[in-house]
Design a protein around this ligand. Sequence first.
Ligand code: PGA
Length: 249
Amino acid sequence: MKKIIIGNWKMNPTSLKEAESLFKDIAKLSKNYKGDVAICPPFPFINNLRKLSKKVLVGAQNVHLEVEGAYTGEVSSKMLRSVGATFCVVGHSERRAMGETNEMISKKMNLLLKDKITPILCVGESERTLDHSYLSFVRVQLVEAISNIPKSQLKNLVVAYEPVWAIGKNALREATPEECMEMVLYIRKTIADLSDSKIAHCVRIVYGGSVHPENASSFIHAGGADGFLVGRDSLNAKKFIKIIESCNQ
Ligand code: PGA
C-alpha cells in the first residue's frame, strides 16, 4: 500500500512567510519520495501553500459540521475544497479535549467526503489499562464515527492511531511498535466488521503518537503502520524528511 506521511503543524508557525519557507524546504527534500506527503497548516496558510508544490498536498486541521450559515469563526468543507485542501484531520485528541464528540466527527466526515476531501480520522485511548479496555474504547470511536458513511466511501479514509498518552512534550512514554501493530490490526478488523475486508485493506492506518527520525522506521517495519501523522517534527524540514525516508527503507 502507498504510504502517507502527514505533517500536522497545529498552531505553528506564526507567519505566512515562515510557513512558505518551511513548506518549500519540505517540498524540495521530498520530491523523490514515491509515497504521499501532506501538510496540514493553520487555515490562513492553506491557499498560499497549495500553490507551491504539486508533490506535497495540503490539508486542514478541522472543519465545521454545518454546510454554511451563522457560525462565527468556523470554516466549512466547501470552503476548504475551494482553496484546494485535499485532506482534513478530524477528531484529533486536542479537539476532542475541547468537546468534539464522535457524533460531531461523523457529521464532519460525511460533509468532507461529499466535498471530495479525504478525512484523516484520529482515534486513540488516553490511557492503557491492563484489562485491554482501550481496544473497546477505540472500537466505539470508530463505530460511531464511520457507521453512517456509505461503504463505498470508506476505502478513501485515512485513520490515525493516536495513543494520547504517547503524544506531545508531556508524553508518559513512547508507544512500542508491538502496541502500534496490535492497534493497526484491531482498527483494520473493526473497519472490516463495519464494511468488508476488501475495503478495510484499502484504508491507510497511520501512526500518530510522537514520531521522530529515531523511532519512525520501527513503527513502519515492526508496527505495521501505513505512514504517520507527525506533530512537532513536521516543523523541522530535515527531521520530517528523515521520517519520510524511513518509509522508503
Ligand atoms: P507530536 O504530536 O508529534 O508533537 O507528539 C503528534 C500528534 O498530535 O498527532
